[in-house]
Design a protein around this ligand. Sequence first.
Ligand code: NZQ
Ligand code: ZN
Length: 381
Amino acid sequence: MSLIYDYSNPTAIHFGKGQIASIIKYLSKDNKILLVYGGGSIKKNGVYDEVLSALEGYDYLEFSGVESNPTYETLSKAVELAKSEKVDFILAVGGGSVIDGSKYIAAASVYDGDAWDFLEGISAPEKALPLGAILTLPATGSESNMNAVVSKKATNEKRFFGSPYVYPKFAVLDPIVMATLSDRQLANGLVDAFVHTCEQYLTCPNTSLLHDGYSETILKGLFALAKDWENRKDIIWQENLMLLANQALNGFIGSGVVQDWATHMIGHELTAFYGVDHAQSLAVVQPQLLRVMIEEKSEKLAQMGENVFGIKDDNEAVIVAIEEMYQSIGVTTNLNDYERVDDKVIEKVIPSLKAHGMTAIGENQNITLEVSEKILRMAMK
Ligand code: NZQ
Ligand code: ZN
């Protein structure tokens, strides 16, 4: 079947050293800007100072403390502030959590009801304040996509929404800011970008040489970075991760092709209940999901084996190669390695998947709750 799709990515990218200063192209002295950031890493690595010096003479206020896996509870305070101060531009400085949280703030600040509605799918944003992003952790692609993932502490939920209104107007990707990232964060970024690409590529065959070739370039690039892990502090290594993670989820490789996303849906529940990092959740779910779906995915697994890992006619070996890649950069593929994971995984996650309508997921909608349970049991070795 030939491809049919609409694609538009309106986010302007400013890549490279010194690009933080370019944010003023998008701001006016009449703007009331809300500068949103996380727990303070930007104050330790000079990013905060650089942003403040770009904002000199502009009218801005700050909202800090957006946590990893940003919560409705925290973001609601920012929404209140944005409304009362009549903020008209949101500037996100951080990783996926801060940028996702800022997307929520941008849409919720011009919404009359309780914006958790967006996460429940009860309503969709019809407008949003303009927002811009300064990325400090390459992983999610949030800096130039239309998705946001928000958690609700009160109910242990992690949900998502997507809206074209929350595409950032611009994204600054300066790899220099990555110098302070820990090994854990670098590894998480690599794994997340790898799984994003797989969710859009490792499904069923398609006719586009461009989509598959592009995805394979991203996968090969990430695999090369994993093999070159010892040089992860090198600016070229870090610059490559920033480029690859951005392209993995800016919408293009997924346009017009069948997508999976079941690993993400199951992984989000693990983070909601156990607080494991987003990428850590993916690394335990994905290999087992691939094993369970090995027949459905056989053609693409074989193609990936040959074009990414140089493995011929052995799809189990491809899955093992993925596991070994994650393990080689310090990310376990065994859920039981996380101490806070108890023996209630199935009884917590399965009803929650059901409540969130995740009863027939994956590219063929055949990952039922029973299949998800099987995958989770296999992930606890
Ligand atoms: O809070 P701060 O101080 O900023 O510290 C953060 C945080 O502790 C720190 N950090 C960020 N940049 C740093 C740094 N530390 C030192 N130096 C720097 N330059 O790193 C920690 C993790 O940050 P976080 O933003 O939580 O990580 P990530 O970028 O992986 O984002 C994860 C969130 O994004 C969602 C995930 O579910 C999760 O909630 N996702 C968003 C997607 C999207 N919008 O398209 C897709 C993804 O699949 C994902 O679901
Ligand atoms: Zn992800």
